[in-house]
Write a protein that binds this ligand. Structure first.
Ligand SMILES: [Zn+2]
Length: 78
């Protein structure tokens, strides 16, 4: 018995076959709905206390989710 193939991913918006998945929320979208946003891969403090960011400038974005512009504090975790 051959292993079953998983069903193809469908576009969150149109139901067409998906071309890419959003880096921010994981929704998949067809090429027509694919957009791009910069994605901050890492933020750290470098030499002389300068904040530095490693950015992927054209990460896939679904256009549906709304990445927050500022970090959200979670003091209850510590
Ligand atoms: Zn998204």
């Amino acid at each position: 018995m051959a292993p079953q193939q998983p069903p193809p991913m469908q576009c969150w918006i149109s139901g067409e076959p998906a071309a890419a998945c959003c880096r921010f929320c994981g929704r998949c979208v067809a090429e027509a709905y694919r957009q791009n946003l910069p994605f901050f891969l890492a933020v750290y403090v470098g030499a002389e206390q300068t904040t530095k960011v490693i950015v992927v400038k054209d990460a896939v974005w679904c256009g549906v989710c709304r990445p927050q512009p500022e970090p959200i504090e979670l003091p209850e975790l510590y």
